[in-house]
Ligand binder design. Structure first.
Ligand SMILES: NC(=O)c1ccc[n+]([C@@H]2O[C@H](COP(=O)([O-])OP(=O)(O)OC[C@H]3O[C@@H](n4cnc5c(N)ncnc54)[C@H](O)[C@@H]3O)[C@@H](O)[C@H]2O)c1
Ligand SMILES: [Zn+2]
Length: 370
């Protein structure tokens, strides 16, 4: 069967619009885009130690064959790489090679590389070309779309960063074949989130294909995974196109993340992945929505069932409740001292509320306790 061609999704932003191109085996087409953008000859290809041998070396050689002068930079993997120290050392490496305004950074990897390399590209000479090539599911459907870049600070995650849009996000579906199952599951939590907050068709699609999706074998079920990724990337692109700087609509992407972030930080590092914590946060947000008579109980049950079928847990070990409430109250998304909550009224529809009683948040968290 011939492979479906490239699907192009557009992020629409005044004079900074760019495509998200999705296809199988399209990494090797990057030079075509560089030529189209008439970029300079120096390319800084930034990746991590896992992605380098899988895709980095090949991409480096494709670029070299097209007469680009490639500086191949490989960092260790992991969240700790999103540091200001790395920003500084990457800038040293790039500036020492006499980078020019029209040269490019290519960020090849998961959200860690996308956020870090994107931030570096935004700072270097006040901004050089950035090409995002996300290789994890989470990066393909979320992190590498929309231009938020950041590194972490000792006082919190993602506190130092910029809004900086790439020239292109290139999604090669074949990269998912090597992604560990738990990373696929993590990205799947965000895909369910798009279904709940704005895409009822996507939610139904996940329900109808749940058995195949829960196998987490993108190669075997490539048409299904392609649809999941295209729909989600399109949803994120639409949100960002309408609200780049998070004045309103973009905030809805935080559905499940208020309690999710609290869970991630309250337990020892690694107890819950981001996706697992967001799944739990979505269950709590549904419970709050039901208590406020926004959502019908059967909708909340459907969402919980779907998350369970994907292998997400619905319980957390009991700890002092303040450990979960305090990080939530000091979150940077708190406005006027009150926790804002993104709730859902039905599948595909959110409602932002400032007036969620603390006691209700507390009881929603308590009902997650084992
Ligand atoms: N900028 C945004 O809007 C935004 C949104 C959501 C998340 N984020 C950020 O994204 C980061 C998380 O992203 P992530 O989950 O991709 O983490 P990650 O970059 O650490 O990647 C997860 C793991 O998968 C490996 N990997 C990546 N692609 C692979 C492939 N194709 N085959 C095999 N292994 C592969 C990586 O080496 C890493 O070990 C966080 O730092 C988060 O803050 C940013
Ligand atoms: Zn998330």
């Amino acid at each position: 069967m011939p492979k479906k061609a490239v699907t192009s999704i557009s992020v629409q932003l005044d004079n900074r619009s760019y495509p998200i191109d999705v296809g199988a085996d399209i990494l090797k087409t990057l030079p075509t885009y560089l030529i189209e953008h008439k970029v300079g000859k120096k390319v800084f290809l930034i990746t991590d130690e896992n992605v380098a041998p899988l895709y980095g070396r090949n991409l480096e050689s494709v670029l070299s064959k097209n007469n680009y002068s490639v500086t191949f930079i490989v960092l260790p993997q992991g969240e700790s790489q999103k540091s200001f120290k790395n920003v500084s050392s990457l800038l040293d490496q790039i500036l020492e090679l006499k980078v020019e305004r029209n040269d490019s950074v290519v960020a090849l990897g998961g959200g860690v590389i996308g956020d870090l390399a994107g931030f570096v590209a935004s700072l270097c000479l006040r901004g050089i070309n950035l090409f995002q090539i996300p290789t994890s599911l989470l990066a393909q459907v979320d992190a590498c779309i929309g231009g938020k870049t950041a590194v972490n600070h000792s006082t919190g995650k993602n506190l130092i960063g910029s809004f900086y849009q790439p020239k292109l996000t290139l999604i090669d579906l074949d990269c998912l074949d090597t992604l560990p199952k738990h990373e696929l599951k993590c990205g799947m939590a965000e895909i369910v989130k798009y279904g709940i907050i704005k895409n009822v068709e996507l939610f139904h699609f996940i329900e109808s294909n749940i058995k195949d999706i829960a196998e987490f074998t993108p190669k075997k079920h490539s048409a299904i995974w392609r649809h999941l990724i295209e729909s989600s990337a399109n949803d994120k692109a639409e949100v960002v196109s309408n609200d780049e700087r998070e004045a309103g609509l973009r905030e809805t992407l935080n559905f499940g993340h208020t309690i999710g972030h609290a869970i991630e930080s309250a337990y020892a590092y690694g107890t819950f992945s981001h996706g697992e914590a967001v799944a739990l946060g979505m269950i709590s947000a549904c419970e709050i929505s039901v208590h406020l008579n926004l959502m019908a109980q059967d909708i909340s049950d459907r969402i919980e069932t779907l998350l369970k079928e994907l292998g997400f847990g619905t319980k957390i070990p009991t700890i002092p409740i303040e450990k979960l409430l305090i990080p939530m109250e000091s979150d940077k998304k708190v406005k006027n001292g009150k926790i804002r909550f993104i709730l859902a009224s039905e599948i595909g529809k959110t409602e932002t509320r400032n007036d969620v009683p603390r006691e209700l948040v507390k009881s929603a968290i308590q009902s997650l306790f084992k």
